[in-house]
Design a protein around this ligand. Structure first.
Ligand SMILES: NC(=O)c1ccc[n+]([C@@H]2O[C@H](COP(=O)([O-])OP(=O)(O)OC[C@H]3O[C@@H](n4cnc5c(N)ncnc54)[C@H](OP(=O)(O)O)[C@@H]3O)[C@@H](O)[C@H]2O)c1
Length: 290
């Protein structure tokens, strides 16, 4: 019998890749988007699990509007924290593995080397607090949850999602013809959604439990990432470097939040491919003209 997996948030950037990856490995998959199963409604979560009896439940649903969350922290907390409690309770009842995704923003960015799973968390805003609370709810109700922290997710699914991603934002700004200002003093590890999905399923298949980091190829500033995107796309907009002092946002963000993949690699998983390769693949899969 093929293993049965549920994916919540199935039409998000990561959700579509998880569904694709699981199907390619012959899982029987139930894929629910928000309209079909809102994870903030306990009855909807219970119904989804009861009807399918999954061995593993992937939660790729999230409230990801980092700046808007400062105005509506309850909305972020509802989806990123309380809804994870719904999933954890349901997974405990069904004896299913919960695979939950979290963020590099649980850290404050004061480090000078990529963050490991053992580093102390210190979220800087409402979104980040809500994501850390989600981790805690998963761990509070379940002995065997798998929590994957990732960073700056971009996948071709972002072409059609409401929130999009950094690549699509850069292309949109380039089309507008306006100068584009991007911070050069914030560094992260942008992560290609198909690679993230594949490594996550690898972790599941190796019975990994607890917290794991899966960040993209290498630490890079958002300015350099923008430069790489435009180089790969073959467009030359007016790109200007700025910094956090000049470019204020409602939410504070960690200045340095790359994730170390050492724990994942120690388990025998393949390292994440270089970022340049991921961006090239993105444009190949994306298809549409830039
Ligand atoms: N994107 C990033 O840069 C980033 C960085 C670090 C960590 N992460 C984490 O990585 C994971 C995947 O993110 P992503 O980039 O794939 O996000 P995404 O593209 O924004 O997708 C999130 C999905 O969740 C759905 N959703 C929102 N509220 C829901 C609810 N109450 N019930 C069911 N579905 C709901 C959204 O549906 P609607 O479109 O209908 O709202 C959307 O399809 C998340 O845990 C996120 O926090 C992302």
């Amino acid at each position: 019998m093929p293993p049965r997996a549920i994916v919540f948030g199935a039409s998000g950037q990561l959700g579509v890749e998880l569904v694709r990856e699981l199907k390619s490995r012959n899982y029987e998959v139930a894929a629910w988007d928000r309209a079909q199963a809102d994870i903030s409604t306990p009855a909807a979560v219970e119904r989804a699990l009861a009807g399918f009896d999954p061995q593993v439940v992937f939660n790729s649903a999230a409230y990801n509007q980092v700046d808007v969350a400062e105005k509506e922290p309850q909305a972020a907390y509802q989806v990123n924290a309380l809804a994870v409690r719904n999933l954890a309770v349901a997974c405990r009842q069904a004896d299913a593995l919960l695979v939950h995704f979290s963020t590099d923003y649980v850290f404050d960015g004061a480090a000078s080397r990529p963050y490991s799973e053992e580093d102390a968390t210190h979220p800087l805003g409402a979104y980040a607090v809500s994501k850390l609370a989600g981790e805690l709810y998963a761990q509070a109700y379940l002995e065997r949850a798998l929590i994957v922290r990732t960073s700056g997710v971009f996948g071709p699914g972002g072409m059609t999602t409401a929130r999009g991603n950094f690549v699509e934002l850069m292309l949109r700004l380039a089309r507008s013809g306006q100068p584009i200002r991007v911070v050069e003093d914030h560094v992260a590890s942008p992560t290609f959604a198909p690679h993230l999905a594949a490594r996550t399923v690898d972790l599941v298949e190796r019975d990994a439990r607890g917290v794991f980091h899966i960040g993209g190829g290498e630490p890079i500033s958002w300015f350099d990432f923008a430069r790489l995107i435009f180089e790969t796309a073959g467009v030359e907009p007016r790109l200007q470097a700025t910094n956090e002092r000049e470019y204020r946002t409602p939410a504070r963000r960690p200045k340095y939040s790359p994730l170390s993949n050492a724990k994942m690699e120690k388990l025998g998983l393949a390292p994440m491919p270089p970022l340049r390769e991921a961006v090239e693949t993105y444009f190949r899969l994306r298809g549409a003209p830039v």
